[in-house]
Design a protein around this ligand. Structure first.
Ligand code: FAD
Length: 290
């Protein structure tokens, strides 16, 4: 449980951190909350030669609604939970932050680290897929805005270059008659998901579904966007029949494997049940409920 030896640097400017990362030739890792990286290093599943700590760089932790919603990469989960704008206008994000690990982990873990780590069991990816978010990354060649659909490549693998740092998450501004919810089943409080489902709906003037976003946690090599389930809702009134059809579609396109959290068929059925519940809550919120 003792990490291999490493060099440690704590730059105070983002440009300096990018420069040091670029000059490390792929041997360095950036450190944010350390809630995934440090355990991996202690088990020696990761042995970076150099750690570049982002925690002394100011200006990377914020929540701002500025056209769209912008969340700085170094924003802690506990700050998301407490943010008034998140609680009042982006309830799906508040739902997600509140079920990540436990309060001690949430005081340190960052939203940027959660997406950059790309663990299919992490909770933010499904929600960001449902919301059609973007990830902003900075590297020696400048800034890139990466649509979330292009971000997760495989388990623990993203489309970030080795010398790029996530600086911000962007979420389209919450509109009238829209709402979303994230629901997670866990074995005990603080555990990773058996299954998690994020659902976000935009209703039109007649109350039908204009757009739907559905993301699934821990039932595939990455978080999955359930496109067939989204399609089953588009243009329809979000009634019990439409929701049941979408939930069946989400279960069918999930790719669970059996593990200590249960057999694949059980998880597939949990996808169906949680999709139903998340969509019902999303409809209620889109209509002004909580
Ligand atoms: C007991 C426990 C329970 C947990 N349960 C859950 C859970 O239920 N749900 C959940 O979602 N997560 C859970 N986690 C994981 C936790 O949320 C992690 O902290 C999170 O996944 C990573 O965020 P971090 O800031 O700690 O990143 P770090 O651990 O510092 O880094 C993780 C990885 O991301 C990279 N990275 C970090 N920040 C950036 C950046 N800005 N740009 C580029 N790369 C970056 C690092 O180099 C590293 O490879 C749990 C962790 C623990 C210890």
């Amino acid at each position: 449980m003792i990490p291999a030896a490493f060099e440690y640097e704590a730059p105070t400017e983002l440009a300096e951190a990018i420069d040091r990362l670029a000059r490390s030739g792929g041997e360095a890792k950036v450190l944010a909350g350390g809630q995934s990286l440090i355990p991996l290093m202690k088990f020696r599943l990761a042995q970076p030669a150099r750690i570049i700590d982002l925690n002394r760089i100011s200006g990377l932790a914020y929540v701002r609604e500025n056209g769209d919603l912008r969340i700085g990469a170094l924003t802690r989960e506990s700050d998301l939970e407490e943010s008034a704008v998140i609680r009042d206008r982006y309830a799906i994000v508040a739902d997600t932050a509140a079920v990540i690990a436990d309060p001690i982990v949430r005081n340190l873990a960052t939203v940027g680290g959660n997406v950059a780590h790309a663990d299919p069991a992490n909770d933010h990816p499904a929600t960001l897929l449902a919301l059609r978010a973007s990830v902003v990354a900075r590297g020696p060649r400048g800034e890139r805005v990466i649509p979330i659909d292009d971000f997760f490549v495989d388990t623990f693998t993203t489309s970030l270059a080795p010398d790029e740092i996530v600086t911000e998450i962007r979420i389209p501004r919450a509109q009238a008659q829209s709402g979303g919810a994230y629901i997670k089943l866990e074995r005990k409080v603080g555990d990773f998901a058996i299954v998690g489902v994020a659902a976000h709906l935009q209703l039109d003037g007649k109350g039908s579904v204009a757009t739907a976003g559905i993301g699934l946690t821990n039932v595939g090599p990455t978080a999955i966007r359930a496109r067939h389930a989204e399609e089953a809702l588009r243009g329809r009134a979000p009634d019990d029949r439409a929701i049941a059809a979408a939930a069946e579609a989400a279960a069918a396109e999930s790719q669970p494997v059996a593990d200590l959290r249960g057999p694949a068929e059980y998880k597939r059925d949990v996808v169906r049940v949680l999709t139903t519940r998340a969509l019902r809550r999303a409809v209620a919120r889109a209509k002004g409920g909580k």
